[in-house]
Design a protein around this ligand. Structure first.
Ligand code: FES
Length: 125
């Protein structure tokens, strides 16, 4: 029997939305926060250094609709939304959550902003 190609253990969806300079609306990648422009590259480099880039897939995504809390990224599986990201926070999330298996609660979005999902089966017309 052939060995199957393994799925990633995690996908990390990093919001890479940027607003044009001078736009009042906040965005996850912004010239007002120079580090925000380096976070996706930092995430990829760290995963590479740890040797886990294949089993952890970093994905650049558009707006995840929590712009006020940016920079944000969503870890799947688990629907874990991390907010207010910095390089140091990303490092800790990789160590403790991705490798260690423990969600870094301090960096998770406030539960008032991240209620239980509504089942599509309940919403459908
Ligand atoms: S710009 Fe990142 S959540 Fe909207």
């Amino acid at each position: 029997m052939m060995m199957a190609i393994p799925q990633p253990a995690f996908y990390i969806f990093k919001c890479q939305q940027s607003a044009p300079p001078g736009m009042p609306k906040p965005s996850c990648v912004s010239q007002n926060n120079p580090q925000s422009m380096e976070l996706f590259a930092h995430l990829g480099q760290r995963l590479m250094q740890k040797g886990i880039i294949g089993t952890v897939a970093p994905i650049q995504t558009g707006c995840l609709n929590r712009c006020q809390q940016g920079p944000v990224m969503l870890v799947e599986p688990g629907h874990t939304m991390y907010v207010g990201l910095t390089k140091e926070k990303i490092d800790r999330i990789i160590e403790e959550h991705i490798i260690g298996g423990n969600i870094v609660q301090e960096y998770v979005i406030d539960e008032q902003m991240w209620g239980e999902p509504i089942s599509p089966a309940q919403m459908t017309r």
